[in-house]
Design a protein around this ligand. Structure first.
Ligand SMILES: *Cc1c(COP(=O)(O)O)cnc(C)c1O
Length: 428
């Protein structure tokens, strides 16, 4: 496969955009080589500037649950654009999508729309701090909640020490209010809560982790977190930016039957336009301005094009009773096919899967947290990634990412993907 035009475009972009990209993972730093420049996409396929066709397993990092350029979404956006693209005034459309979201997701009364998942998570912890009048938060190593300062924190020297900034520009003052816990390890979380008694406003978690590969919670972990929060007046925040409207129409709260106090959304909720949202019961949401003292705002929040895309998307997900089951079946089929292809060639691997999320780790041991995810063989992954790419299969250019299955994928596409795995597995 030739990437001539992508290569030239990347060179040109690097002159005027830092690293040639507007979000770092797109630069292929973890796998090497030239990022491919997208030209268009339709259904399960993305086409690049060299007119190569790829079966897409990134799907804009999650939003395209129903495939690219899904007609009801595209039509909704075009129709709205003709009527004006932004007003800075409330619209009926915002209430309509809010009512639908509140109806689909358990345990929430009100929702506020923002422009990204980062904004949703950032606002959620401000709200939690304002509501509980406490400063510290607990996050889990390997979970991603966007790039706001409070979340760009690495583990300090001991498990119970304060976090340290993992990006220059994040102050030590901010870092000291974020405590790092180990995913799927309730005893570790308990010890952190114990050591910081009375100081913790919230625990924020990806209730199914998707940013260190796909890592489902172990049996009882979310339930135990819920109990721990209740016993200590801590708010439990589910960051469902990736899982919301994907793993069930009501997200992981519905799937696992565990209630969160605040839920964050993004990705699918915007149907491919820049949207995030956070939601909670009335008591908490009424703490937000203008009803309450916690400030949060946005010039383009609730933008009509974004809301039209999101509404069209949610309507489809809500109406299609067989969707989640179909997605789960396709993902399982892919899982079995990949496992068989790798086993046939004696490639050591672990596959994690839940619903329409799946990740392939080149590691023998179970992948249950950041430490075990980091043990995967990155050289093998690089070879695998480029081997798949050259056969027209586009997976995320990093071993720490989930593959996203879309309803647009046919079993023929899945078979083509499995055949590509079988081919590259010979050289792993
Ligand atoms: C993508 C993601 C975010 C950040 O969303 P952006 O729209 O990229 O700011 C936050 N949390 C989770 C779980 C995500 O997957």
């Amino acid at each position: 496969m030739l990437y001539q035009r992508s290569s030239a475009l990347f060179k040109e972009a690097q002159g005027v955009i830092p690293g040639g990209v507007n979000s770092p993972v797109r630069a292929f730093n973890a796998v090497g080589g030239t990022p491919i420049f997208a030209k268009s996409a339709k259904g399960a396929y993305v086409y690049d500037e060299d007119d190569n066709r790829f079966i897409d397993y990134i799907n804009s990092w999650g939003p395209m649950l129903l495939g690219h350029a899904y007609p009801p979404v595209v039509e909704a956006v075009i129709e709205k654009a003709r009527q004006g693209t932004s007003f800075g005034m409330p619209t009926a459309l915002e209430t309509e999508i809010a009512e639908l979201a509140v109806a689909m997701v358990p345990n929430i009364d009100k929702i506020r729309f923002v422009n990204s998942g980062t904004e949703a998570c950032m606002s959620a912890i401000r709200l939690a701090r304002g509501f509980t009048k406490k400063d510290k938060i607990i996050k889990f190593a390997g979970c991603y909640h966007g790039h706001s300062d409070s979340f760009l924190i690495a583990a300090g020297s001991g498990a119970i020490t304060f976090g340290t900034p993992n990006s220059p520009g994040v102050t030590g003052g901010t870092a000291k209010d974020t405590l790092l816990a180990i995913y799927n390890d309730i005893e570790n979380v308990k010890s952190i809560v114990e050591a910081n008694k009375g100081d913790i406003a919230a625990i924020i978690i990806e209730p199914v982790a998707g940013n260190m590969g796909c890592i489902p919670p172990v049996e009882g972990f979310l339930e135990n977190l819920r109990q721990l929060c209740d016993a200590n007046d801590i708010l439990l925040i589910f960051d469902e930016v990736m899982t919301g409207f994907r793993l069930a129409k009501g997200g992981v709260q519905e799937l696992k039957g565990v209630d969160a106090d605040i839920v964050c959304f993004g990705k699918v909720v915007g149907g491919g336009l820049p949207v995030g949202a956070f939601a909670a019961r009335n008591e908490i949401m009424d703490f937000l301005a203008p009803n309450g003292p916690v400030y949060q705002a946005g010039t383009l929040s609730g933008n009509p094009l974004a809301m039209a895309a999101g509404l069209a998307m949610l309507k489809e997900i809500n109406a299609d009773k067989g969707l989640m089951n179909r997605l789960g079946e396709k993902t399982k089929y892919l899982h079995n096919g990949i496992a068989e292809a790798l086993n046939k060639n004696n490639v050591i691997h672990t596959i994690n899967r839940i619903g329409s999320m799946i990740s392939v780790h080149f590691s023998e041991e179970p992948v249950v947290d950041f430490e075990s995810a980091a043990k995967g063989n990155n050289e093998t992954f690089k070879t695998f990634f480029h081997g798949m790419l050259d056969q027209g299969i586009y997976i995320a250019p990093s071993a720490f990412e989930t593959w996203f299955i879309t309803d647009a994928l046919t079993y023929e596409d899945l078979n083509e993907t499995i055949a590509a795995v079988e081919q590259i597995a010979k050289s792993l």
